[in-house]
Design a protein around this ligand. Structure first.
Ligand code: PHE
Length: 508
């Protein structure tokens, strides 16, 4: 006869001439008890074994029960003390007896509530008597505790002790009873015959196939068990890059703070990137080695003529009655030159000027999380392209406190609460501040952004006549503070740290 391996093992382990407990079968076959129980029921279905069941009661002393088994029940200690105090002859003051007994706290109450019930004497208006004929050695509860403590936890003791006493001790919380089912297995005649004829092990099937199902064979085979602890092959599925995931989170946070998103070209006219920011045309950052210019096309044609004139005037003469411009050359052709944007502040100038979506009325808040391009030297903290978190708030009467408060609110959403500010210079903001955070593993200060309040010389030509505070923050630097890596190239490019990228969970 063919049987699954576990059933063969169990059947062969059943004693020929007496009932065998499931526990004994589990020990003999080294199979888990639940597997043995399953196999036993299958074998019973096949008519190879008979199974009998009995319910076993287990008794365990509680900690308190065990303590009384060691030191005597409180009521017995009280009785002993009462006899010693002479309460066998006449009533004695309660306090005196209790003091002598050494009973304390709740044990006093326990002793008092069992004393009279069990016939050790009487307690009346603060006095106690002891019955000299009472026999503590015959106390059924004390004796039961002793038996159960000695012989432990098996049912037959209950027989010896008597049900009533067990119940009494249970209601005093001195023991606990639990039931378990004991199964015993005996071979049937058929079982014996099949064993003699020899058993074969049916193969185990790891996977259900259409053939198994249609042929009905599935009913006869044994299925391999799941091994949930086995090492499984690891599948490295695709995953959204942590930079993208964090960028999405940044956008959510800013939208939550009431900002709207800006969009605009990666390649833009120097006009939007620099001139509108009151960046003098001879500023070092505008020289050819700092920017990625375009070979084709080199220039943009359409720029709003009015705006060009206003921006040129601001550069040459400044704004307002006491304005001071740069008194340096300003060339519209230079402003038309195309380049990859070195910051997304080009989007801010487009939006502030009305060029992108028309006039914006204060109060207004805008942001972008977009790529910028700089001809920097690649190093652990500099990339040639990175993501900038650009933002600005347009409102009447903004102050530096508004700017700092906004950053504190923003960075706190990413668990960063130790932002530091340093005075800085930008041609387009006054005052200006650089932002720093502390690197979580090196403890070094890391520059994470640049900010300020836009100058009159920038805003006036754009047609804005209220305050605008603004910033550009580096997304990659935010990640460094959040996840503790030290080299920006860990998350970008061919040298990236795949383990870091796979295992970093974006939790904020
Ligand atoms: N454009 C600045 C930079 O790239 C950031 C900035 C934006 C600073 C707006 C102030 C105001 O560093």
């Amino acid at each position: 006869m063919q049987l699954p391996a576990s059933q063969v093992a169990v059947l062969e382990a059943v004693n020929a001439d007496e009932a065998t407990a499931v526990d004994a079968l589990a020990a003999a076959t080294e199979l888990p008890p639940e597997t043995v129980t399953g196999a036993v029921f299958e074998l019973e279905d096949e008519g190879l074994v008979a199974v009998s069941e009995r319910t076993d009661e287990t008794i365990d002393l509680t900690d308190e029960g065990r303590a009384y088994a060691d030191e005597a029940l409180p009521e017995l200690r009280l009785y002993e003390a009462a006899l010693e105090a002479g309460a066998g002859d006449e009533p004695v003051q309660m306090g005196q007896v209790i003091g002598r007994s050494g009973l304390e706290g709740p044990q006093v109450d326990i002793a008092l509530s069992n004393y009279a019930r069990k016939g050790y004497g009487a307690i009346d208006s603060g006095e106690i008597t002891a019955d000299p004929d009472a026999d503590p050695d015959a106390d059924p509860e004390a004796n039961a505790l002793e038996i159960l403590a000695d012989t432990g936890e098996t049912a037959p003791d209950a027989v010896e002790v008597g049900d009533e006493t067990v119940e009494g001790l249970e209601s005093r919380g001195l023991l606990e009873r639990s039931e378990s089912i004991l199964r015993e297995v005996t071979l049937t005649e058929r079982g014996v015959t099949e064993l003699m004829a020899g058993l074969e092990t049916a193969e185990t099937v790891g996977q259900v196939t259409p053939e198994l199902l249609t042929s009905g064979e599935w009913d006869d085979v044994e299925f391999a068990e799941y091994n949930v602890e086995a090492d499984a092959e690891r599948f490295e599925g695709g995953n959204v890059h942590i930079l993208r995931q964090t960028a999405e989170r940044v956008k959510d946070v800013l939208v939550g703070m009431g900002f709207q998103e800006m969009e605009g070209p990666h390649v833009d006219a120097d006009f939007w990137i620099n001139d509108c920011l009151f960046m003098p045309q001879d500023h070092p950052a505008r020289t050819h080695w700092d920017r990625f210019a375009l070979a084709e096309p080199t220039h943009i044609d359409e720029l709003p003529a009015d705006l060009i004139a206003d921006v040129e005037r601001a550069h040459r003469e400044g704004v307002g009655p006491d304005g001071e411009g740069y008194h340096s050359p300003w060339d519209a052709d230079f402003a038309r030159a195309l380049a990859l944007r070195g910051h997304t502040t080009s989007l801010s100038t487009r939006y502030l000027s009305g060029e992108q979506i028309g006039e914006i009325e204060p109060p207004a808040r805008y942001f972008s999380v977009e790529k910028v391009y700089r001809n920097d030297t690649l190093d652990p903290t500099h990339l040639l392209e990175f993501f900038q978190i650009e933002g600005w708030v347009m409102a009447e009467d903004l102050s530096v406190r508004d700017l700092m408060g906004t950053f504190e609110e923003f960075y706190a959403q990413f668990g960063i609460t130790d932002i530091e500010f340093k005075p800085h210079y930008n041609p387009y903001t006054e005052p200006s501040f650089e932002l720093f955070g502390t690197h979580p593993t090196t403890g070094e200060l890391v520059e994470i952004g640049n900010s300020g309040i836009f100058r009159e010389e920038m805003l006036e030509p754009l047609g804005v006549d209220c305050d605008v505070m603004a910033w550009g923050l580096a997304l990659e630097r935010l990640l460094m503070l959040m996840y503790g890596f030290e080299d920006i190239r860990d998350i970008h490019g061919t040298l990236c740290d795949l383990e870091l990228l796979r295992n970093t969970e974006v939790t904020y």
